[in-house]
Design a protein around this ligand. Structure first.
Ligand code: PLP
Length: 422
């Protein structure tokens, strides 16, 4: 039979869709384009990977393993589940998340494939083509990737390193217009390791309230704060601004590969009726997340010993203190003290490094001479900084810092005025 539509006589390359063409992950494209050739005489130390499981130094407790093993053995969770997740699992997330100031029920929870999928649904439900979203600079790169792939304009608001990466509120407000559909806020932050005070969250919320713009709170590092800091969720502080909070098991429970995330709808001002419906519809595009992990959620969230959270945080905080102390002593570098999450940003006085153009050049040369790989902050739209992860084995911290020092001693010329304030 003749085909009804006139087609090419032979096969040509099949074109990708507009959405695929517009999908672009800055980390992948910058890192893939870098020359990463370690010095063969020195074993590589990667300070670049935001996966806390890679070194095997941060064990997860038996309770987490057992929760999933039990469910596998029960053979009750091999089938499809509701696209928004099992009721029992959603109730477990509601119980885990609810606070006096931000009470929620299972009706407010949608389960997703990791936090990135939660962010994807939230951006998709709030913003249409022709609208824009505001994201932090420096910020986690996936916000830009998701927004741009949907054909939504992505605008940045600046964070201030000299104020422990607080939001430049004036700049944030100046970026808002009648097409701004949402603002993404991330505290504790990747890549900054900053944790916002209650006061600062109130100030951010005031800007959103004045402009009637809802917030997407990326809360994947919720509770992940060091001993001198206190964690406040955006939702617990908001009185009027509607918030979609995105979180999951990934970071606090150290199981990023399990892909278990969630959205919690904090419907302040009764403004999210349509958005709830939209999230329900969007969840049906993927038929819900993995049944086994969600069936184990209740046990994981209830039975994980508190000591596990405390020990993980203590380990990372010790590393943070050591990294901060040692890097502060290195000429040409200026670390910004982290307050939580798993990262620290370090400023580079690029002007006074001989033959080093920028952060990408610095990190490439550091790998080839010293086999230490740090992520250039250009990946987070913030050149002349690099990010290090704080989850690496303790014994590697000192070696990594010694090597970074050797590199800077060799290349740094401290005679001219610095472009970083110390
Ligand atoms: C700030 C931030 N949000 C979201 C994610 C993605 O989390 P998930 O692996 O659960 O999709 C990450 C992962 O590193 C992150 O750092």
């Amino acid at each position: 039979m003749e085909p009804q539509v006139k087609r090419m006589k032979t096969w040509h390359a099949v074109p990708m869709s507009e959405m695929a063409r517009n999908t672009f992950n800055p980390i992948r494209s910058i890192v893939d384009g870098m020359k990463i050739t370690p010095n063969p005489k020195k074993p590589m130390i990667a300070l670049s990977i935001g996966d806390p499981t890679v070194f095997g130094n941060l064990p997860i407790p038996e309770e987490i393993d057992e929760a999933v093993i039990d469910k596998i053995r029960s053979h009750k969770y091999n089938g499809y589940n509701p696209s928004i997740g099992y009721e029992e699992a959603r109730q477990a997330v509601a119980d885990y998340t609810s606070t006096h100031d931000a009470p929620v029920t299972s009706k407010d929870v949608i389960l997703t494939n990791g936090c990135s999928s939660a962010l994807d649904l939230c951006i998709t439900v709030l913003a249409s083509r022709g609208q824009n979203i505001l994201i932090p600079r420096p910020g986690f790169s996936i916000y830009k990737t998701l927004g741009e792939s949907l054909g939504i304009e992505v605008k940045f608001y600046d964070l201030l390193p000299e104020k422990s990466w607080e939001v430049d509120l004036k700049h944030m407000e100046s970026q808002m217009d009648e097409n701004t559909a949402a603002v993404i806020v991330n505290s504790p932050s990747n890549p900054c390791g900053s944790v916002y005070s209650r006061r600062h969250i109130e100030d951010i919320l005031e800007v959103l309230e004045r402009n009637r713009i809802p917030m997407i709170a990326d809360d994947i590092y919720e509770h992940f704060v060091f001993s001198e800091n206190k964690y406040h969720s955006m939702a617990s502080v908001s009185k009027t601004v509607p918030i979609l909070s995105c979180s999951g098991l990934t970071k606090r429970f150290l199981v990023p590969g399990w892909r278990m995330g969630w959205i919690v709808v904090h419907d302040r001002s009764n403004a999210l009726h349509e958005i709830r419906k939209g999230l329900n519809s969007l969840s049906q595009r993927i038929l819900g997340p993995n049944s086994l992990v969600q069936s184990a959620l209740k046990d994981i969230l209830k039975n994980t010993p508190k000591s596990f959270y405390a020990e993980t945080l203590e380990y990372i905080e010790d590393n943070a203190k050591l990294f901060y102390k040692l890097i502060s002593e290195i000429p040409g570098l200026k670390p910004v003290k982290p307050q939580g999450a798993m990262y620290m940003m370090v400023g580079i006085d690029t002007k006074n490094f001989r033959n080093i153009k920028d952060d990408v050049d610095f990190t490439e040369k550091l790998v080839s001479e010293q086999s230490v790989f740090c992520l250039p902050a250009k990946c987070f739209q913030y050149p002349n900084f690099f990010r290090i992860v704080l989850t690496i084995p303790k014994e590697k911290v000192e070696t990594a810092c010694e090597r970074i020092k050797e590199f800077c001693d060799l290349h740094y010329n401290s005679d001219s005025p610095s472009n970083i304030s110390r």
